[in-house]
Design a binder for this molecule. Structure first.
Ligand SMILES: [Ca+2]
Length: 398
């Protein structure tokens, strides 16, 4: 499929306040192209990472340190839900995303993506740090581990009947870039984003599931209409390849298409519409550079066999979390996509003209935004990063 890559001809509309405004800013009110936005703090969490709306009311929220909690307007934040597996928390790893089965109201099934330490740890961990990581080479974290998708049934405040459905292969030592978002497609299959674990070439390898988007059934079996399905091959679950570190995935309601984004290296964050068997290029092509300045061919100059991003950011926004908005509260933004920006400390809004991107606005929140979702009433809910992370509610200011 050929899509037009949106170039930087679309200048970023920045609503960043001037330095003078910044010094006297009201932390609970920020500017946007749709007018001022009121920010309300609902809860404080430890490294919150993902959230999902419960059918009756309230949310389930993950904390990277290894806890899953409920939150509701009436009762606030719950104690951690019990019954979770042992989670390896360090750096970018820990308890990442949560998703609910499409029939959660009837079956109570909860899906978690978490990082697990290997049962057998090597005596001499292989530190295969790549010079392309530049200053991000890390030799301290020597635990052999990988991302796992796990399903259990929520019974009161306990997860029961836990079962591992999928895991990253192979596990690798330390570092980061696990991916870790989960989203159900309209056909009831589950999409998993798997990062390259800072190892580059596995994203192009037909031997591993690192650096891929995967698709499995709700019970962990593999859909036979996956593009590489041959029964028993490591590629059975692969939907698309050539991804670096995708931390956002959502289904666009108008089309039912899967949208994902991923962090580029130095610059070049991408928004993609992954099609079955599509190769999105990493690490052979990117619109960013390696951290040691070793050049990478840009998508525009590269071979036809690589799919180009629908849109890319340069400089980077460091995207995390993705949702399509269809509420009435921010009526001008209906149909737009929203993603969190970590490095830019902003909520990033993407508008569309049909299937192409028509613009990107950075709504500066002065906080690293980890995840974003829409509440039932059309308010925008946000999780911010770090040990005193917040659940925030954004509504139009009076
Ligand atoms: Ca790419």
């Amino acid at each position: 499929m050929i899509r037009t890559t949106t170039t930087l001809a679309f200048a970023l509309i920045s609503t960043m306040a001037t330095a003078q405004q910044h010094s006297g800013r009201d932390e609970n009110r920020v500017l946007s192209s749709a007018g001022p936005i009121q920010i309300e703090e609902l809860a404080t969490l430890e490294f919150p990472w993902g959230m999902e709306a419960l059918p009756e009311s309230g949310l389930l929220i993950t904390e990277k340190v290894g806890a899953l909690r409920r939150w509701s307007e009436a009762d606030g934040l719950s104690d951690p839900i019990s019954g979770l597996p042992e989670i390896e928390y360090q750096g970018q790893g820990g308890l990442l995303d949560v998703a609910l089965h499409p029939d959660f109201a009837e079956n109570g099934l909860v899906y978690l993506y978490y990082v697990m330490a290997a049962e057998d740890q090597p005596e001499e961990p292989a530190l295969d740090n790549d010079p392309r990581l530049g200053p991000f080479v890390n030799t301290e974290d020597r635990v052999l581990k990988g991302g796992v998708v796990w399903r259990a049934r929520l019974d009161g405040d306990t997860l029961v009947e836990g079962k591992e459905l999928w895991r990253q292969e192979p596990f690798s030592v330390g570092l980061g870039q696990f991916g870790g978002r989960l989203v159900f497609r309209d056909d009831g299959t589950l999409i998993i984003t798997s990062g390259d674990r800072q190892r580059f070439e596995p994203a192009q390898s037909y031997e591993t599931n690192l650096g891929k988007i995967l698709r499995i059934n709700d019970d962990g079996s593999i859909p036979e209409d996956n593009p590489y399905w041959t029964a028993g091959s490591p590629l059975d679950a692969v939907w698309s390849l050539g991804h670096r570190n995708p931390l956002g995935a959502a289904i666009r309601p108008e089309t039912g298409e899967l949208y994902t984004h991923e962090m580029g290296p130095l610059y070049g964050d991408e928004l993609n519409v992954p099609v079955p068997s599509g190769n999105y290029g990493w690490p052979e092509v990117s619109n960013g550079e390696n951290y040691n300045r070793q050049p990478i061919a840009h998508h525009e100059t590269a071979l036809e066999r690589f799919e180009r991003p629908l849109f890319y950011w340069r400089p980077a926004v460091s995207p995390s979390g993705l949702m399509f908005y269809n509420g009435d509260m921010f009526a001008d933004w209906k149909g737009n996509a929203f993603l969190g920006g970590l490095s830019v400390q902003a909520l990033v809004r993407v508008s569309f003209d049909g299937e192409n991107v028509s613009g990107s606005e950075q709504i500066n929140l002065y906080r690293r935004v980890r995840d974003v979702m829409q509440a039932d009433d059309g308010a925008i809910l946000i999780l911010t990063d770090y040990e005193d992370g917040k659940l925030l509610r954004l509504t139009p200011a009076e």
